[in-house]
Design a binder for this molecule. Sequence first.
Ligand SMILES: Nc1ncnc2c1ncn2[C@@H]1O[C@H](COP(=O)(O)OP(=O)(O)OP(=O)(O)O)[C@@H](O)[C@H]1O
Length: 288
Amino acid sequence: MDKTVASHGRVDVRDVHIRFHTKGQEFEAVRAANVHVRPGEFVSLIGPSGCGKSTLLNAVAGFLKPSSGQVLLDGQPITGPGSDRGVVFQQYSLFPWMTVRANVEFGLRMKGASASEREAQARTLLGLAGLLSFENHYPDQLSGGMKQRVGIVRALATSPQVLLMDEPFGALDSQTRVVMQEILTNMWQRLRISVLFITHDIDEAVFLSDRIYVMTARPGRIKAELAVPLPRPRTPEMTATPEFAAMVRQIKGLIREESIAAMGGELSDGGLAGLCAEVGPRGVGQLV
Ligand SMILES: Nc1ncnc2c1ncn2[C@@H]1O[C@H](COP(=O)(O)OP(=O)(O)OP(=O)(O)O)[C@@H](O)[C@H]1O
């Protein structure tokens, strides 16, 4: 379990276009996206609401097929969901009638692992997530942060090559969220699994990631690819460094342009400046 160098888990999204057909109309969600996750790398996708982040992640999960282009895992085309990819969503998806440990063991049971294998794997991962003393609790006895930790542990239990996380901390309060980021970065540093992570939170993306892809407003294209210059292991103190602040500022600027574009023609930069003069600086922050 304690891997230092990952040899599998390379994700290649090559020139992917995703179009939906609704009510007889074609709708382009993702255009010509190229995203790569190297084995053991932590990569985030960030962009304005509705730009196609979840759509792209769903293509990697195998929940939907791109209209064109390729999605590969370790060089093999992804044709559907598989146990080589663990998925964590914002909504907790635990079985309420099962204990924490039974939830974690579920995927292993499906794969035919023996009771002793299941128990050993579940207890190792629950220990890493600081949840061992809750193994016999039921989900409704846990806080939101704990439920999401169980969700992550459950996704990791079958030893996937890649962890796909769609706004996993989006439903948590800001303090819990920060603690969850630390727990996740510590677990990732220990396991070195490849991660593709979606977030709206720029600080979160910078703190966790090796690289960040910034997407444009719809149809989602890759606007920028940025390497995070912070060393590993990451510590909370790093969020107070000039490097961290500079990266956050850079991404904020990139997303701001796209958020304005996503809000349509009625808001130009000039129009926004007029609005800011009326509502004061707090109004600007809310728009970004
Ligand atoms: N199955 C679908 N059928 C039709 N349209 C869809 C479908 N799934 C997503 N869309 C549309 O595709 C666009 C991209 O959606 P997606 O959920 O991927 O964006 P997102 O960047 O993850 O958004 P958010 O940050 O708000 O979660 C949206 O306009 C959405 O309404």
